[in-house]
Design a protein around this ligand. Structure first.
Ligand code: FAS
Ligand code: PHB
Length: 391
């Protein structure tokens, strides 16, 4: 088989790239190791930056997002007994975020791809990326016991943190930067009304919590947990009791509990690989970087990578120019590192660090008090949360 761009991974990065390339008449095949249902079953991100919403509109997959997404003008931060509202819209001259689950973004992209009759190979095993340091890269994979090979012009590594693409780069050609946090997030999804209309990020004596949602009837909650915790040790009742114990009293009394639809523990890490281009292979999305979800940047940084990579490929095929693909890594990394900084800053502000000294805790509390006292500090937070420009 031959295609112009072989995309490894049918998560949001791979699917969005495939959709944008298709709209420009560029042929791409997606190779995914899981089934489509498995990909849809992963409950992850919930907040889209305004620029990401605009990119999904450009991709022609935003109809449901525009009708069902919840536009949010702000969110709350609670720190011990104190509370601060961040007026995103007021602080950023009208910008907002949209609450719309990653599962729905993925579903919209999958539906568009299927409707256009585009090829996604699900259930591909033993995927290999070959000769990407030449002008004739190849992808090899097994399906139903048969070995298949795809020759292409480019490989897009959209295969996430545990994927094969970054792992196939020679160690001497890549540098990795990482920080692992000493706690995880235990997340629960339930068909219960959200505890309030806007998101609340909290830092309480027992730890971090986040009250988010997917709709007016479906809530998404997170609490900071130990890395030693196993999700099977957390009954629904234990989760609800722990969350209630962290919420401000008026909200704890307002919390509607119910059976979990999904419950999972995610470790938190900051990670960046440099560069993001290796000959004819590019890394995009979680394949190239990971952020702690505290800043709601993971999916949004994947979107900006795809914006830059798709335009670089448009230039290559449309204008026969290599300028875009030569610049992709530098351009994507500039925005990635700003997203890493913001996600790290939000994580340092909002979690209880078991090994913090008394001084560390005083600095953390002072960070909150400075934020609460300074509109300038809140404007900095707001411009990062709604999403920095793609320029
Ligand atoms: P993905 O990991 O989503 O997709 C990669 C795809 O490649 C997968 O479908 C995988 O099956 C496939 N693949 C892997 N190896 C392969 C191989 N060898 N061959 C073929 N296919 C292969 N972000 C937020 O903004 N907010 C959150 O709350 C949040 N929570 C998260 C919770 C968890 C547990 C995780 C892991 C991530 C979370 N994220 C969150 C970040 C998440 O949303 C990612 O940023 C987003 O999934 C990135 O999308 P992709 O780059 O497409 O990577
Ligand atoms: C979510 O709704 O899943 C969500 C929202 C904001 C975050 C992380 C996760 O920062």
């Amino acid at each position: 088989m031959r295609t112009q761009v072989a995309i490894i991974g049918a998560g949001p990065s791979g699917l969005l790239l495939g959709q944008l390339l298709h709209k420009q008449g560029i042929d791409a095949v997606i190779i995914e190791r899981q089934t489509g249902d498995y990909v849809l079953g992963r409950i992850r991100a919930g907040v889209l930056e305004q620029v990401a919403v605009e990119l999904l509109e450009e991709a022609g997959v935003a109809d449901r997002l525009k009708s069902e997404g919840l536009v949010h003008d702000g969110f709350d931060i609670a720190f011990d007994a104190d509370h601060l509202h961040i007026d995103l819209k007021g602080l950023t001259n009208g910008k907002t975020v949209t609450v719309y689950g990653q599962t729905e973004v993925t579903r919209d992209l999958m539906d568009a791809r299927q409707k256009a009759g585009l090829q996604t190979i699900y259930g591909a095993q033993d995927v290999e990326v070959l000769d990407f340091d030449t002008n004739t890269p190849k992808v090899r994979y097994k399906l139903n016991g048969q070995t298949h090979e795809i020759s292409c012009d480019f490989i897009a590594g959209c295969d996430g943190y545990h994927g094969v693409c970054r792992a196939s780069v020679p160690e001497k050609s890549i540098k990795e930067y990482e920080r692992v946090y000493p706690f995880g997030w235990l997340g629960l999804l339930s068909d219960t009304p959200p505890v309030q209309e806007e998101l609340i990020y909290g830092n309480q004596e027992q730890g971090f919590y986040l009250c988010s949602m997917r709709s007016a009837q479906r809530s998404r909650y997170y609490i900071q947990c130990s890395l030693a915790d196993k999700v099977e040790e957390w009954s629904d009742d234990r989760f609800w009791t722990a969350l209630k114990g962290r919420l401000p009293e008026h909200l704890a009394n307002n919390l509607v509990t119910g059976p979990s639809l999904e419950k999972s523990i995610a470790p938190l890490r900051s990670f960046v690989a440099e560069p993001l281009r290796f000959g004819r292979m590019f890394l995009a999305g979680d394949a190239g970087h990971i952020v702690p979800p505290t800043g709601a940047k993971g999916l949004n940084l994947a979107a900006s990578d795809i914006r830059y990579l798709s335009r670089a490929l448009f230039e290559f095929y449309g204008e026969k120019s290599e300028a875009g693909i030569n610049h992709y890594s530098q351009k994507a990394l500039a925005r990635i590192w700003k997203g890493e900084r913001f996600s790290w800053w939000m994580s340092m502000l909002l979690h209880r660090f078991p090994d913090n000294s008394g001084f560390d805790n005083k600095i953390q509390r002072t960070e909150f008090e400075y934020l609460a006292s300074s509109e300038h500090a809140q404007r900095v937070l707001a411009e990062n949360y709604v999403g920095l420009s793609y320029a």
